[in-house]
Design a protein around this ligand. Structure first.
Ligand SMILES: *Cc1c(COP(=O)(O)O)cnc(C)c1O
Length: 390
C-alpha cells in the first residue's frame, strides 16, 4: 500500500543550506530540543555539555538577550523572566523563606509594594517599608530576621534618589542581601553591581526593550548560590520568558543607548520648558530637586529621562491637560521610544487614599513624563498646548 502522508511532512527539516548567513538573530520558538541519546542528555543536565532541553529551562533567544544585559550590568549570568514582576517574585520567593523579614523602599513600583504588603505575608515573610533616601531609617528597620533589602535607585513617580552608598555599606556590614531594581536608572546611569549590590532586577519591558511591544524581566545575582536559587525558582514556578518577547527585546535593546541618550537630553530641555510654563518641576538634574547633590554624585551627569511636574486645578485641570496634547500618549508606562505621560492618582497610586498620596507629594495635578526621542520642538509645542488649555 502506498503511503498517503509524505515522509517529510511531519519532520521539521530546518532551513535549506545557504552560503550566506542571516544578519539577524534567528527567532527560535521551539519548546523542546532533541538530544542524540540519554548519555548526552545526562551531560546537558549536569552542565558537562551546553545544550537546551525544554524552553521553560532556557532557550537561545533568552540566552542572547541575557548576555547583552549582563554586559551592560557587569553581571556574570543573568536570567530572563516573563515580566519585571516575575523577576521581583523570583528574587523574593527564591531567596527568602518563612519567618524572614524584608526591608523595602516606601516608594517602590506599585506592584512590588503590593507583593511585600499583600502577598508575601501570606507565606510568612514580613516587611518594613522605609524612606530609602535615609540610610539611618533603613538601619533602624533591621531586625534579627532581616534577610534582604529591596530598593529602586530613583523612586516612582517623585524621582527621589536613594542613599545607595549608605544602604550598600549597611547591607555589607550586616550581611544582608541588597537587591536593586534598576529599571528606572538603567546601567547607562547606574550599575548596582559596581556599588555593592547582590542582586540586580530589571523590567526589560520599559527602557531596555523600549518599544512597548515586549514584556520581560531580568534578574542577576553576584553569588553563585543565589543564582542557583533564582534559576530553580524561575524554572519551577514557571516564571520564564518567551522566545518571541526575547527576540523583540533584543532588537529593541540594540538601540537602547541611542534612545537613552537622546531621551535624557530631551528630558533636561523639557524640564526647563515646563518650568517656563509655570509648572512645579521635579527633575534630579535640576539644582532645586531635593536630592540633586546625591543624584550628581551617584548618577551624574546621567539624570535620566523621567520628569515629574505638578499643576494647579485638581482633576479638572489634569483632564484638560492630557486632552489638549494628543501626541503625548497618556498611558501608565515608561521607557517607550515615544513620550508617555502618566497620572499617578488615577493609575499607579490609585489604591492609596488622597491623604496617603499627599504624604508622597502626589496630588490630582501630579504628572510623570517618560520622555522619548522626539524632536524637542514637538515636545515643547505639545506641552505648551497642554498648558494653554489650563
Ligand atoms: C514596570 C516596572 C516593574 C514591573 O515590570 P513589568 O515588566 O511590568 O512586570 C518593576 N519595577 C519597576 C521599577 C517598573 O517600572
Amino acid at each position: 500500500m502506498s503511503r498517503d502522508i509524505p515522509d517529510n511532512l511531519v519532520r521539521r527539516a530546518g532551513f535549506p543550506a545557504s552560503v550566506s548567513r542571516a544578519v539577524t538573530t534567528p527567532l527560535q520558538p521551539s519548546v523542546v530540543y532533541a538530544s542524540p541519546d540519554p548519555d548526552t542528555l545526562d551531560a546537558q543536565y549536569e552542565g558537562r555539555a551546553q545544550g537546551y532541553t525544554y524552553s521553560r529551562e532556557g532557550h537561545p533567544n533568552a540566552s542572547v538577550l541575557a548576555q547583552k544585559i549582563d554586559a551592560l550590568e557587569g553581571a556574570e549570568v543573568g536570567l530572563i523572566t516573563s515580566t519585571g514582576m516575575s523577576a521581583v517574585a523570583a528574587t523574593m520567593l527564591g531567596l527568602l523563606s518563612k519567618g524572614d523579614h524584608i526591608i523595602g523602599g516606601n516608594q517602590l513600583y506599585g506592584r512590588s509594594l503590593r507583593m511585600l504588603t499583600q502577598e508575601l505575608p501570606r507565606y510568612g515573610i514580613n516587611h518594613t517599608l522605609v524612606d530609602p533616601t535615609d540610610a539611618s531609617a533603613v538601619a533602624a528597620a533591621i531586625t534579627p530576621e532581616t534577610k534582604l533589602i529591596l530598593v529602586e535607585v530613583v523612586s516612582n513617580p517623585t524621582l527621589r534618589v536613594a542613599d545607595m552608598e549608605g544602604i550598600s555599606a549597611l547591607a555589607k556590614d550586616r550581611g544582608l542581601i541588597l537587591a536593586v531594581d534598576n529599571t528606572f536608572t538603567t546601567p547607562r546611569a547606574y550599575r548596582p553591581f559596581d556599588h555593592g549590590a547582590d542582586v540586580v532586577i530589571h523590567s526589560i519591558t520599559k527602557l531596555l526593550a523600549g518599544h512597548s511591544d515586549a514584556m520581560l524581566g531580568y534578574v542577576a545575582a553576584r553569588d553563585p548560590a543565589h543564582r542557583k536559587a533564582l534559576e530553580d525558582t524561575i524554572v519551577t514556578l514557571g516564571l520564564s520568558g518567551s522566545p518571541y518577547d526575547a527576540w523583540m527585546a533584543e532588537r529593541g535593546l540594540m538601540s537602547f543607548h541611542l534612545r537613552y541618550d537622546r531621551a535624557e537630553e530631551n528630558a533636561e530641555l523639557l524640564a526647563e520648558h515646563l518650568v517656563g510654563l509655570g509648572a512645579q518641576v521635579l527633575y534630579p538634574g535640576r539644582p532645586d530637586h531635593p536630592d540633586h547633590n546625591r543624584a550628581g554624585a551617584l548618577l551624574g551627569p546621567r539624570f535620566g529621562n523621567m520628569v515629574s511636574f505638578t499643576i494647579e486645578g485638581g482633576r479638572e485641570a489634569a483632564n484638560r491637560l492630557t486632552r489638549a496634547m494628543p501626541e503625548m500618549a497618556f498611558a501608565p508606562t515608561l521607557g517607550d521610544i515615544g513620550t508617555t505621560v502618566s497620572h499617578a492618582a488615577s493609575s499607579s497610586h490609585r489604591g492609596l487614599t488622597p491623604e496617603g498620596r499627599a504624604a508622597l507629594g502626589i496630588t490630582e495635578g501630579f504628572f510623570r513624563v517618560s520622555v522619548g526621542v522626539e524632536d524637542i520642538e514637538l515636545l515643547k509645542s505639545e506641552f505648551s498646548k497642554g498648558f494653554a488649555a489650563l
